[in-house]
Write a protein that binds this ligand. Sequence first.
Ligand code: NAI
Ligand code: MG
Length: 508
Amino acid sequence: MSPPPLPVDTSILPNLKQDLAAKPRELFIGGKFVPAKSGETLEVIDPATGKVFAHAASGGAEDIDLAVQAARKCFDTGAWPAMPPAQRARIMMKLAELIEANGSRIALTETLDNGMPLMMGYFGAVMAASEALRYNAGWATKINGETFTPSHPGEFHAFTQREPVGVVGGIVPWNFPFVMSVAKMAQALAAGCTIVLKPAEQTPLSAAVLGELVAEAGFPEGAVNVVTGFGKTAGAALVEHPLVDKISFTGSTDTGKQIVKACTGNLKRVTLELGGKSPVIIFDDADLSKAIPSAAMGIFGNAGQVCAAGSRLFVHEKVRDQVLEGVTAMAKSLKVGSGLDPETRMGPLVSDTQFARVTGYIESALSEGAKVHTGGDKADVEGAEGGYFVQPTVLTDTVAGMKAVEEEIFGPVLATMTFGDDDLETIAAAANNTQYGLNASVFTQDITRGLKMARRIKSGMVNINGAGGGPDPAMPLGGFKQSGWGRENGRAGVEAFTEIKSVTVNLG
Ligand code: NAI
Ligand code: MG
Protein backbone atom coordinates (compact mmCIF):
# COMPACT_ATOMS: atom_id res chain seq x y z
CA MET A 1 0.00 0.00 0.00
CA SER A 2 1.57 3.28 -1.00
CA PRO A 3 1.31 6.08 1.57
CA PRO A 4 -0.89 9.10 0.82
CA PRO A 5 0.97 12.10 -0.61
CA LEU A 6 2.33 14.33 2.14
CA PRO A 7 1.98 18.11 1.90
CA VAL A 8 5.69 18.47 2.65
CA ASP A 9 8.01 20.05 0.10
CA THR A 10 11.12 17.87 0.47
CA SER A 11 12.99 19.85 -2.18
CA ILE A 12 13.96 22.32 0.60
CA LEU A 13 15.88 19.59 2.47
CA PRO A 14 19.37 20.22 1.01
CA ASN A 15 19.18 23.94 1.82
CA LEU A 16 17.77 23.26 5.25
CA LYS A 17 20.57 20.81 6.07
CA GLN A 18 23.17 23.26 4.81
CA ASP A 19 21.70 26.05 6.90
CA LEU A 20 21.56 23.84 10.01
CA ALA A 21 25.17 22.79 9.52
CA ALA A 22 26.33 26.37 8.97
CA LYS A 23 24.58 28.22 11.81
CA PRO A 24 24.08 27.10 15.40
CA ARG A 25 20.50 27.70 16.54
CA GLU A 26 20.28 30.49 19.09
CA LEU A 27 18.24 31.20 22.18
CA PHE A 28 15.08 33.28 21.79
CA ILE A 29 14.89 35.78 24.66
CA GLY A 30 12.76 38.92 24.88
CA GLY A 31 11.88 38.70 21.18
CA LYS A 32 15.48 38.39 19.96
CA PHE A 33 17.78 35.57 18.94
CA VAL A 34 20.97 35.51 21.02
CA PRO A 35 23.81 33.04 21.62
CA ALA A 36 24.32 31.55 25.08
CA LYS A 37 26.23 33.93 27.38
CA SER A 38 28.91 31.27 27.77
CA GLY A 39 29.15 30.94 23.98
CA GLU A 40 28.68 27.19 24.38
CA THR A 41 26.71 25.05 22.00
CA LEU A 42 25.46 21.50 22.15
CA GLU A 43 25.79 18.92 19.40
CA VAL A 44 22.65 17.79 17.65
CA ILE A 45 22.78 14.21 16.41
CA ASP A 46 20.73 12.71 13.60
CA PRO A 47 19.41 9.49 15.20
CA ALA A 48 19.14 7.85 11.77
CA THR A 49 22.91 8.15 11.22
CA GLY A 50 24.42 8.77 14.66
CA LYS A 51 26.22 11.80 13.20
CA VAL A 52 26.30 15.40 14.40
CA PHE A 53 24.49 17.56 11.85
CA ALA A 54 23.75 20.80 13.71
CA HIS A 55 24.46 22.76 16.87
CA ALA A 56 22.24 24.70 19.22
CA ALA A 57 23.07 27.19 21.94
CA SER A 58 23.62 25.50 25.27
CA GLY A 59 21.90 27.87 27.67
CA GLY A 60 22.86 28.03 31.34
CA ALA A 61 21.67 29.75 34.49
CA GLU A 62 22.55 33.22 33.20
CA ASP A 63 20.52 32.75 30.03
CA ILE A 64 17.61 31.30 31.97
CA ASP A 65 17.72 34.35 34.23
CA LEU A 66 17.53 36.72 31.24
CA ALA A 67 14.64 34.76 29.76
CA VAL A 68 12.76 34.70 33.05
CA GLN A 69 13.32 38.47 33.46
CA ALA A 70 11.91 39.01 29.96
CA ALA A 71 8.87 36.84 30.67
CA ARG A 72 8.41 38.55 34.05
CA LYS A 73 8.50 42.01 32.47
CA CYS A 74 5.99 41.03 29.79
CA PHE A 75 3.71 39.67 32.49
CA ASP A 76 4.11 42.42 35.09
CA THR A 77 3.67 45.28 32.64
CA GLY A 78 0.50 43.62 31.38
CA ALA A 79 1.82 43.55 27.82
CA TRP A 80 0.39 40.06 27.38
CA PRO A 81 -2.01 39.36 30.28
CA ALA A 82 -3.80 42.73 30.02
CA MET A 83 -4.20 42.56 26.26
CA PRO A 84 -7.90 42.04 25.39
CA PRO A 85 -8.52 38.29 25.25
CA ALA A 86 -9.87 38.43 21.69
CA GLN A 87 -6.65 40.09 20.56
CA ARG A 88 -4.55 37.46 22.32
CA ALA A 89 -6.63 34.81 20.57
CA ARG A 90 -6.02 36.46 17.18
CA ILE A 91 -2.24 36.44 17.70
CA MET A 92 -2.36 32.78 18.68
CA MET A 93 -4.44 32.02 15.56
CA LYS A 94 -1.90 33.91 13.49
CA LEU A 95 0.86 31.72 14.89
CA ALA A 96 -1.17 28.63 13.95
CA GLU A 97 -1.32 29.90 10.36
CA LEU A 98 2.41 30.62 10.29
CA ILE A 99 3.16 27.14 11.58
CA GLU A 100 1.16 25.63 8.73
CA ALA A 101 2.73 27.99 6.20
CA ASN A 102 6.16 26.81 7.41
CA GLY A 103 4.99 23.21 7.70
CA SER A 104 7.61 21.69 5.40
CA ARG A 105 10.52 23.24 7.27
CA ILE A 106 9.09 22.28 10.67
CA ALA A 107 8.27 18.70 9.67
CA LEU A 108 11.70 18.14 8.11
CA THR A 109 13.47 19.71 11.10
CA GLU A 110 11.50 17.52 13.50
CA THR A 111 12.30 14.37 11.51
CA LEU A 112 16.01 15.19 11.26
CA ASP A 113 16.16 16.00 14.96
CA ASN A 114 13.99 13.27 16.52
CA GLY A 115 14.04 10.62 13.79
CA MET A 116 10.26 10.26 13.51
CA PRO A 117 8.74 9.34 10.14
CA LEU A 118 8.09 12.49 8.10
CA MET A 119 4.37 11.71 8.10
CA MET A 120 4.43 12.05 11.89
CA GLY A 121 6.64 15.13 11.60
CA TYR A 122 3.86 16.67 9.57
CA PHE A 123 0.65 15.45 11.21
CA GLY A 124 2.02 14.91 14.73
CA ALA A 125 4.09 18.09 14.89
CA VAL A 126 2.87 20.72 12.43
CA MET A 127 -0.84 19.95 12.32
CA ALA A 128 -1.16 18.90 15.96
CA ALA A 129 0.59 22.11 17.03
CA SER A 130 -1.54 24.41 14.90
CA GLU A 131 -4.70 22.69 16.18
CA ALA A 132 -3.49 23.03 19.78
CA LEU A 133 -3.05 26.76 19.19
CA ARG A 134 -6.48 27.18 17.62
CA TYR A 135 -8.22 25.18 20.32
CA ASN A 136 -6.53 27.10 23.13
CA ALA A 137 -6.95 30.47 21.42
CA GLY A 138 -10.67 29.82 21.86
CA TRP A 139 -10.19 29.60 25.62
CA ALA A 140 -8.63 33.05 25.87
CA THR A 141 -12.14 34.58 25.68
CA LYS A 142 -13.83 31.90 27.81
CA ILE A 143 -12.01 31.82 31.13
CA ASN A 144 -14.70 32.64 33.66
CA GLY A 145 -15.41 32.59 37.36
CA GLU A 146 -18.61 31.72 39.22
CA THR A 147 -21.03 33.60 41.47
CA PHE A 148 -22.01 32.42 44.95
CA THR A 149 -24.50 33.06 47.73
CA PRO A 150 -22.60 33.10 51.04
CA SER A 151 -24.46 31.84 54.12
CA HIS A 152 -23.52 34.75 56.36
CA PRO A 153 -26.26 37.09 57.56
CA GLY A 154 -26.59 40.06 55.24
CA GLU A 155 -26.48 40.68 51.53
CA PHE A 156 -23.42 39.95 49.43
CA HIS A 157 -22.18 39.81 45.91
CA ALA A 158 -19.63 37.00 45.88
CA PHE A 159 -17.74 35.66 42.92
CA THR A 160 -14.52 34.04 41.78
CA GLN A 161 -12.26 35.21 39.05
CA ARG A 162 -9.49 33.27 37.41
CA GLU A 163 -6.19 35.07 36.96
CA PRO A 164 -3.09 33.89 35.12
CA VAL A 165 -0.62 32.20 37.44
CA GLY A 166 2.25 34.33 36.09
CA VAL A 167 5.55 33.26 34.54
CA VAL A 168 5.64 29.63 33.47
CA GLY A 169 8.63 27.37 32.92
CA GLY A 170 7.77 24.74 30.33
CA ILE A 171 10.12 21.75 30.28
CA VAL A 172 9.71 19.65 27.18
CA PRO A 173 10.95 16.13 26.33
CA TRP A 174 12.37 14.84 23.06
CA ASN A 175 9.70 12.43 21.88
CA PHE A 176 7.33 15.01 20.34
CA PRO A 177 9.39 18.19 20.73
CA PHE A 178 7.44 20.65 18.60
CA VAL A 179 3.88 19.86 19.53
CA MET A 180 4.71 19.60 23.22
CA SER A 181 6.38 23.02 23.21
CA VAL A 182 3.46 24.55 21.35
CA ALA A 183 0.75 22.85 23.42
CA LYS A 184 2.27 23.95 26.73
CA MET A 185 2.75 27.44 25.40
CA ALA A 186 -0.77 27.64 23.94
CA GLN A 187 -2.45 26.74 27.23
CA ALA A 188 -0.25 29.12 29.22
CA LEU A 189 -0.81 31.98 26.75
CA ALA A 190 -4.58 31.44 26.64
CA ALA A 191 -4.66 31.84 30.41
CA GLY A 192 -2.64 35.08 30.11
CA CYS A 193 0.68 33.68 31.33
CA THR A 194 4.08 34.24 29.78
CA ILE A 195 6.48 31.35 29.30
CA VAL A 196 10.09 30.22 29.11
CA LEU A 197 10.38 26.96 27.18
CA LYS A 198 13.29 24.59 27.80
CA PRO A 199 13.35 21.97 25.01
CA ALA A 200 15.19 18.68 25.50
CA GLU A 201 18.93 18.69 24.74
CA GLN A 202 18.44 15.85 22.24
CA THR A 203 15.94 17.82 20.12
CA PRO A 204 16.47 21.59 20.29
CA LEU A 205 15.94 22.53 16.66
CA SER A 206 12.21 22.90 16.00
CA ALA A 207 11.85 25.25 18.99
CA ALA A 208 14.16 27.71 17.22
CA VAL A 209 11.74 27.79 14.27
CA LEU A 210 9.00 28.40 16.81
CA GLY A 211 10.85 31.45 18.17
CA GLU A 212 11.10 32.89 14.68
CA LEU A 213 7.37 32.44 14.04
CA VAL A 214 6.45 33.82 17.47
CA ALA A 215 8.31 37.01 16.56
CA GLU A 216 6.48 37.19 13.23
CA ALA A 217 3.02 36.53 14.71
CA GLY A 218 3.10 39.74 16.77
CA PHE A 219 3.43 38.52 20.34
CA PRO A 220 4.82 41.18 22.68
CA GLU A 221 8.50 40.72 23.52
CA GLY A 222 9.05 38.24 26.31
CA ALA A 223 5.66 36.51 26.05
CA VAL A 224 7.42 33.40 24.73
CA ASN A 225 11.10 32.65 25.27
CA VAL A 226 13.08 29.58 24.28
CA VAL A 227 16.26 28.50 26.07
CA THR A 228 17.80 25.32 24.72
CA GLY A 229 20.25 23.49 26.95
CA PHE A 230 20.78 20.53 29.23
CA GLY A 231 18.39 19.45 31.96
CA LYS A 232 20.95 19.61 34.74
CA THR A 233 21.95 23.20 33.87
CA ALA A 234 19.26 25.13 31.97
CA GLY A 235 16.39 22.94 33.22
CA ALA A 236 17.47 23.02 36.84
CA ALA A 237 18.02 26.81 36.73
CA LEU A 238 14.50 27.34 35.40
CA VAL A 239 12.96 25.10 38.03
CA GLU A 240 14.82 26.88 40.84
CA HIS A 241 14.27 30.43 39.60
CA PRO A 242 12.44 32.50 42.24
CA LEU A 243 10.59 34.61 39.62
CA VAL A 244 8.97 31.58 37.97
CA ASP A 245 5.46 30.89 39.29
CA LYS A 246 4.74 27.53 37.72
CA ILE A 247 6.52 24.60 36.14
CA SER A 248 4.77 22.51 33.52
CA PHE A 249 6.91 19.44 32.97
CA THR A 250 6.67 16.49 30.61
CA GLY A 251 9.23 13.72 30.93
CA SER A 252 10.36 10.88 33.13
CA THR A 253 8.90 10.10 36.54
CA ASP A 254 12.38 10.28 38.12
CA THR A 255 13.05 13.80 36.81
CA GLY A 256 9.48 14.77 37.74
CA LYS A 257 10.20 13.88 41.36
CA GLN A 258 13.40 15.94 41.36
CA ILE A 259 11.46 18.86 39.94
CA VAL A 260 8.85 18.66 42.69
CA LYS A 261 11.63 18.93 45.28
CA ALA A 262 13.33 21.81 43.47
CA CYS A 263 10.03 23.73 43.30
CA THR A 264 9.66 23.93 47.08
CA GLY A 265 11.81 27.12 47.27
CA ASN A 266 9.01 29.51 46.30
CA LEU A 267 6.32 26.79 46.23
CA LYS A 268 5.85 26.95 42.49
CA ARG A 269 2.72 25.40 41.09
CA VAL A 270 3.69 22.17 39.36
CA THR A 271 1.97 20.01 36.80
CA LEU A 272 3.67 16.82 35.71
CA GLU A 273 2.96 14.65 32.70
CA LEU A 274 5.15 11.61 33.30
CA GLY A 275 5.71 8.06 32.22
CA GLY A 276 3.36 5.15 31.78
CA LYS A 277 3.14 1.40 31.46
CA SER A 278 -0.27 1.32 29.91
CA PRO A 279 -2.32 -1.87 29.57
CA VAL A 280 -4.10 -3.01 26.40
CA ILE A 281 -6.86 -5.49 27.29
CA ILE A 282 -8.31 -7.62 24.49
CA PHE A 283 -11.38 -9.73 25.34
CA ASP A 284 -12.32 -12.80 23.30
CA ASP A 285 -15.30 -11.02 21.73
CA ALA A 286 -13.18 -8.10 20.46
CA ASP A 287 -13.21 -7.06 16.81
CA LEU A 288 -9.66 -8.23 16.16
CA SER A 289 -9.50 -6.37 12.84
CA LYS A 290 -9.46 -3.21 15.00
CA ALA A 291 -7.71 -4.52 18.11
CA ILE A 292 -4.64 -5.96 16.37
CA PRO A 293 -3.51 -2.88 14.41
CA SER A 294 -4.34 -0.67 17.36
CA ALA A 295 -2.29 -2.81 19.77
CA ALA A 296 0.60 -2.93 17.29
CA MET A 297 0.72 0.78 16.47
CA GLY A 298 0.06 1.65 20.12
CA ILE A 299 3.53 0.34 20.92
CA PHE A 300 5.42 0.61 17.61
CA GLY A 301 4.25 4.15 16.74
CA ASN A 302 7.10 6.67 17.18
CA ALA A 303 9.22 3.60 18.02
CA GLY A 304 7.38 3.26 21.34
CA GLN A 305 8.66 6.64 22.54
CA VAL A 306 5.20 7.72 23.61
CA CYS A 307 4.12 8.37 27.19
CA ALA A 308 0.72 6.77 26.55
CA ALA A 309 2.12 3.75 24.64
CA GLY A 310 0.30 0.46 25.28
CA SER A 311 3.28 -1.54 26.53
CA ARG A 312 1.52 -4.35 28.42
CA LEU A 313 -0.85 -6.53 26.41
CA PHE A 314 -3.43 -8.58 28.31
CA VAL A 315 -5.19 -10.90 25.90
CA HIS A 316 -7.87 -13.53 26.48
CA GLU A 317 -6.33 -16.98 26.04
CA LYS A 318 -8.94 -17.93 23.40
CA VAL A 319 -7.71 -15.23 21.02
CA ARG A 320 -4.09 -15.08 22.19
CA ASP A 321 -2.56 -16.94 19.23
CA GLN A 322 -4.56 -14.98 16.69
CA VAL A 323 -3.65 -11.63 18.30
CA LEU A 324 0.04 -12.52 18.59
CA GLU A 325 0.08 -13.68 14.99
CA GLY A 326 -1.54 -10.45 13.84
CA VAL A 327 0.70 -8.15 15.89
CA THR A 328 3.76 -10.10 14.73
CA ALA A 329 2.72 -9.81 11.09
CA MET A 330 2.42 -6.05 11.55
CA ALA A 331 5.78 -5.88 13.33
CA LYS A 332 7.43 -7.70 10.44
CA SER A 333 5.76 -5.59 7.78
CA LEU A 334 6.66 -2.22 9.31
CA LYS A 335 9.47 -0.66 7.36
CA VAL A 336 12.11 0.47 9.85
CA GLY A 337 14.37 3.21 8.56
CA SER A 338 15.20 6.87 8.32
CA GLY A 339 12.21 9.09 8.90
CA LEU A 340 13.02 10.84 5.63
CA ASP A 341 12.37 7.67 3.61
CA PRO A 342 8.71 7.92 2.56
CA GLU A 343 8.26 4.15 3.01
CA THR A 344 9.40 4.25 6.65
CA ARG A 345 6.77 3.46 9.30
CA MET A 346 9.10 3.28 12.28
CA GLY A 347 12.15 5.49 12.71
CA PRO A 348 15.18 5.14 14.98
CA LEU A 349 15.22 5.70 18.74
CA VAL A 350 16.22 9.23 19.62
CA SER A 351 19.74 8.61 20.97
CA ASP A 352 22.43 6.06 21.74
CA THR A 353 21.36 6.32 25.41
CA GLN A 354 17.80 5.40 24.54
CA PHE A 355 19.06 2.60 22.27
CA ALA A 356 21.14 1.16 25.12
CA ARG A 357 18.20 1.50 27.49
CA VAL A 358 15.71 -0.28 25.23
CA THR A 359 18.05 -3.13 24.23
CA GLY A 360 19.05 -3.42 27.90
CA TYR A 361 15.40 -3.98 28.87
CA ILE A 362 15.06 -6.68 26.21
CA GLU A 363 18.17 -8.43 27.55
CA SER A 364 16.96 -8.18 31.12
CA ALA A 365 13.58 -9.66 30.16
CA LEU A 366 15.29 -12.62 28.49
CA SER A 367 17.53 -13.18 31.51
CA GLU A 368 14.40 -13.22 33.68
CA GLY A 369 12.76 -15.92 31.55
CA ALA A 370 10.83 -14.00 28.89
CA LYS A 371 10.90 -15.15 25.27
CA VAL A 372 11.17 -13.13 22.08
CA HIS A 373 8.15 -13.77 19.87
CA THR A 374 9.34 -11.38 17.19
CA GLY A 375 12.10 -8.75 16.94
CA GLY A 376 14.32 -8.51 20.01
CA ASP A 377 17.38 -7.03 18.37
CA LYS A 378 18.82 -3.98 16.71
CA ALA A 379 17.48 -3.43 13.21
CA ASP A 380 19.89 -3.18 10.30
CA VAL A 381 19.00 -0.41 7.91
CA GLU A 382 20.90 -0.21 4.68
CA GLY A 383 22.59 3.11 4.18
CA ALA A 384 22.01 4.11 7.83
CA GLU A 385 24.45 1.87 9.66
CA GLY A 386 25.13 4.27 12.54
CA GLY A 387 21.43 4.79 13.34
CA TYR A 388 19.70 3.81 16.59
CA PHE A 389 17.26 1.31 15.09
CA VAL A 390 15.55 -1.42 17.10
CA GLN A 391 13.21 -4.06 15.68
CA PRO A 392 9.56 -3.92 16.68
CA THR A 393 9.57 -6.48 19.47
CA VAL A 394 6.97 -8.72 21.08
CA LEU A 395 7.89 -10.60 24.25
CA THR A 396 5.97 -13.55 25.67
CA ASP A 397 6.31 -15.40 28.98
CA THR A 398 6.50 -12.00 30.60
CA VAL A 399 5.11 -11.88 34.14
CA ALA A 400 4.52 -9.26 36.81
CA GLY A 401 7.72 -8.48 38.67
CA MET A 402 10.04 -8.55 35.65
CA LYS A 403 11.81 -5.23 35.07
CA ALA A 404 10.48 -5.10 31.49
CA VAL A 405 6.93 -5.49 32.80
CA GLU A 406 7.25 -3.02 35.68
CA GLU A 407 9.27 -0.16 34.19
CA GLU A 408 8.70 2.24 31.32
CA ILE A 409 10.94 1.10 28.45
CA PHE A 410 10.02 3.87 25.99
CA GLY A 411 10.79 1.70 23.01
CA PRO A 412 8.94 -0.63 20.60
CA VAL A 413 8.72 -3.49 23.08
CA LEU A 414 5.44 -5.17 23.97
CA ALA A 415 5.10 -7.49 26.98
CA THR A 416 2.23 -9.98 26.66
CA MET A 417 0.17 -11.66 29.36
CA THR A 418 -3.00 -13.74 29.07
CA PHE A 419 -6.17 -14.10 31.10
CA GLY A 420 -9.04 -16.60 31.03
CA ASP A 421 -12.72 -16.28 31.92
CA ASP A 422 -11.79 -14.27 35.02
CA ASP A 423 -14.04 -11.67 36.57
CA LEU A 424 -13.44 -8.06 35.70
CA GLU A 425 -11.93 -7.34 39.13
CA THR A 426 -9.15 -9.86 38.53
CA ILE A 427 -8.38 -8.53 35.06
CA ALA A 428 -8.45 -4.93 36.28
CA ALA A 429 -6.19 -5.82 39.22
CA ALA A 430 -3.59 -7.22 36.82
CA ALA A 431 -3.87 -4.14 34.59
CA ASN A 432 -3.59 -1.85 37.62
CA ASN A 433 -0.56 -3.67 39.01
CA THR A 434 1.84 -0.84 38.15
CA GLN A 435 3.16 2.34 39.71
CA TYR A 436 1.83 4.18 36.65
CA GLY A 437 -1.68 5.16 35.58
CA LEU A 438 -1.57 7.13 32.37
CA ASN A 439 -3.55 5.32 29.68
CA ALA A 440 -5.40 2.08 29.00
CA SER A 441 -7.11 0.42 26.03
CA VAL A 442 -9.97 -2.06 26.18
CA PHE A 443 -11.26 -4.06 23.22
CA THR A 444 -14.65 -5.76 23.50
CA GLN A 445 -17.90 -5.71 21.52
CA ASP A 446 -19.78 -5.69 24.81
CA ILE A 447 -19.99 -1.99 25.60
CA THR A 448 -21.25 -2.65 29.13
CA ARG A 449 -18.14 -4.69 29.83
CA GLY A 450 -16.01 -1.96 28.24
CA LEU A 451 -17.57 0.71 30.44
CA LYS A 452 -17.25 -1.45 33.54
CA MET A 453 -13.56 -1.92 32.79
CA ALA A 454 -13.15 1.84 32.29
CA ARG A 455 -14.49 2.34 35.83
CA ARG A 456 -12.11 -0.23 37.30
CA ILE A 457 -8.92 0.90 35.61
CA LYS A 458 -6.83 3.42 37.51
CA SER A 459 -5.58 5.70 34.76
CA GLY A 460 -6.12 9.20 33.48
CA MET A 461 -7.22 8.00 30.05
CA VAL A 462 -9.11 4.92 28.85
CA ASN A 463 -9.87 4.09 25.22
CA ILE A 464 -12.53 1.57 24.33
CA ASN A 465 -12.15 -0.03 20.89
CA GLY A 466 -9.40 2.28 19.69
CA ALA A 467 -8.27 5.81 20.38
CA GLY A 468 -8.56 7.29 16.91
CA GLY A 469 -5.67 9.64 16.21
CA GLY A 470 -3.28 11.14 18.74
CA PRO A 471 -4.28 13.19 21.76
CA ASP A 472 -7.07 15.72 21.17
CA PRO A 473 -6.46 19.22 22.51
CA ALA A 474 -9.99 19.16 23.98
CA MET A 475 -9.49 15.96 26.01
CA PRO A 476 -7.68 16.18 29.34
CA LEU A 477 -4.39 14.27 29.31
CA GLY A 478 -2.56 13.16 32.40
CA GLY A 479 -2.15 10.44 34.91
CA PHE A 480 -3.16 8.75 38.12
CA LYS A 481 -0.50 7.53 40.54
CA GLN A 482 3.11 8.13 39.45
CA SER A 483 2.11 9.17 35.94
CA GLY A 484 1.82 12.72 37.13
CA TRP A 485 0.05 15.64 38.73
CA GLY A 486 -2.77 17.56 37.08
CA ARG A 487 -3.94 17.52 33.50
CA GLU A 488 -2.95 19.12 30.24
CA ASN A 489 -5.48 19.90 27.48
CA GLY A 490 -9.16 20.71 27.69
CA ARG A 491 -10.60 23.16 30.19
CA ALA A 492 -8.58 21.51 32.96
CA GLY A 493 -5.37 22.15 31.02
CA VAL A 494 -5.96 25.90 30.68
CA GLU A 495 -7.29 26.27 34.22
CA ALA A 496 -4.05 24.71 35.49
CA PHE A 497 -2.38 27.97 34.40
CA THR A 498 -4.71 30.10 36.56
CA GLU A 499 -5.19 31.02 40.19
CA ILE A 500 -8.69 31.35 41.62
CA LYS A 501 -9.48 34.52 43.52
CA SER A 502 -12.64 34.65 45.69
CA VAL A 503 -14.08 38.16 45.94
CA THR A 504 -16.82 38.97 48.43
CA VAL A 505 -18.62 42.32 48.40
CA ASN A 506 -20.70 43.20 51.44
CA LEU A 507 -23.73 45.02 50.05
CA GLY A 508 -24.68 46.22 53.55
P1 NAI B 1 14.01 13.45 31.34
O1 NAI B 1 12.72 13.42 32.07
O2 NAI B 1 15.25 13.48 32.18
O3 NAI B 1 14.04 14.71 30.34
C1 NAI B 1 12.90 15.44 29.97
C2 NAI B 1 13.19 16.93 30.01
O4 NAI B 1 13.56 17.29 31.35
C3 NAI B 1 14.36 17.39 29.13
O5 NAI B 1 14.07 18.67 28.62
C4 NAI B 1 15.51 17.47 30.12
O6 NAI B 1 16.52 18.36 29.72
C5 NAI B 1 14.80 17.99 31.35
N1 NAI B 1 15.49 17.72 32.62
C6 NAI B 1 16.26 16.66 32.95
N2 NAI B 1 16.70 16.77 34.21
C7 NAI B 1 16.23 17.94 34.70
C8 NAI B 1 16.34 18.62 35.95
N3 NAI B 1 17.04 18.11 36.96
N4 NAI B 1 15.69 19.79 36.09
C9 NAI B 1 14.96 20.31 35.10
N5 NAI B 1 14.83 19.72 33.89
C10 NAI B 1 15.44 18.55 33.69
O7 NAI B 1 14.02 12.21 30.36
P2 NAI B 1 15.28 11.48 29.66
O8 NAI B 1 16.38 11.32 30.67
O9 NAI B 1 15.60 12.17 28.40
O10 NAI B 1 14.64 10.04 29.30
C11 NAI B 1 14.68 8.96 30.22
C12 NAI B 1 13.37 8.23 30.24
O11 NAI B 1 12.33 9.09 30.63
C13 NAI B 1 12.89 7.68 28.91
O12 NAI B 1 13.48 6.46 28.60
C14 NAI B 1 11.42 7.53 29.17
O13 NAI B 1 11.14 6.34 29.87
C15 NAI B 1 11.10 8.70 30.06
N6 NAI B 1 10.52 9.82 29.30
C16 NAI B 1 9.17 9.96 29.32
C17 NAI B 1 8.56 10.96 28.58
C18 NAI B 1 7.09 11.13 28.57
O14 NAI B 1 6.55 11.72 27.65
N7 NAI B 1 6.38 10.67 29.57
C19 NAI B 1 9.35 11.85 27.71
C20 NAI B 1 10.78 11.64 27.80
C21 NAI B 1 11.32 10.65 28.55
MG1 MG C 1 17.22 12.38 32.33
